[in-house]
Design a protein around this ligand. Structure first.
Ligand code: VGL
Ligand code: ZN
Length: 204
């Protein structure tokens, strides 16, 4: 069974958001068009407490896009974004969420970031998504959303590791691109065995 996985399509990653992904909002109509083709729709929601350790503002003498070493490895520091209960953490107002059956919130532990929708950045703490998908007999995830080189990439790599067939819809994702991270993400996803498709192919 197929599911549509909509990653972090939230105000803070869209136009004028705190961590704006260039042209992030432009994928919303594409995602809306895809939704009716799926019996299962899963969304993720970046959901940080104030003072989250992935925020540059939580560290002295650090600016957004600097890095720090955490227990679990190198962490990019971000502008404050997707703070629990804020408008920035809401889904894009034009995204059709009526068919969404489950929302996986992530990044809610102050000390650990979570790019992937399967595991937090320590690569050990599970979000529970694997169990949910397996219980429903979902084998294939068609991935759309933001950002290609962070939450989309880590979700796809972990999904493949968890035994799912992971597809990426090229015209329904957008990236941040820090120092070549977008091209590197595509290489990693291709090497791991992602299937690349497009909304045109899915809707034809
Ligand atoms: C994301 C950076 C920080 C993402 C989330 O959705 O790709 N990126 N938090
Ligand atoms: Zn975040």
């Amino acid at each position: 069974m197929n599911a549509l996985l909509i990653v972090d399509l939230q105000n803070d990653f869209c136009t004028n958001g705190a961590l704006e992904v260039p042209r992030g909002s432009s994928i919303v109509p594409v995602v809306n068009k895809l939704i009716p083709s799926f019996d299962a729709v899963v969304q993720t929601q970046d959901w940080h407490p104030a003072g989250h350790h992935s925020f540059a503002s939580s560290h002295e003498n650090k600016e957004p896009y600097d890095t720090v070493e955490m227990d679990y490895g190198t962490q990019v520091l971000w502008p404050d974004h997707c703070v629990q209960g804020s408008d920035g953490a809401e889904f894009h107002p034009e995204l059709n969420t009526t068919k969404t059956q489950v929302v996986i919130r992530k990044g809610f532990r102050k000390q650990i970031d979570s790019y992937s929708t399967f595991y937090e950045n320590d690569h050990e703490t599970t979000t529970g998504l694997t169990g949910y998908l397996n219980s429903r007999g979902i084998t294939d995830l068609y991935t759309v959303g933001l950002a290609t080189d962070f939450c989309v990439k880590w979700s796809i790599l972990d999904g493949i590791r968890e035994g799912f067939t992971m597809h990426i819809v090229v015209d329904a994702v957008k990236g941040i691109d820090l120092d070549g991270s977008l091209a590197a993400a595509w290489d990693e996803m291709k090497k791991a065995g992602v299937t690349i498709t497009s909304s045109g192919a899915l809707l034809s």
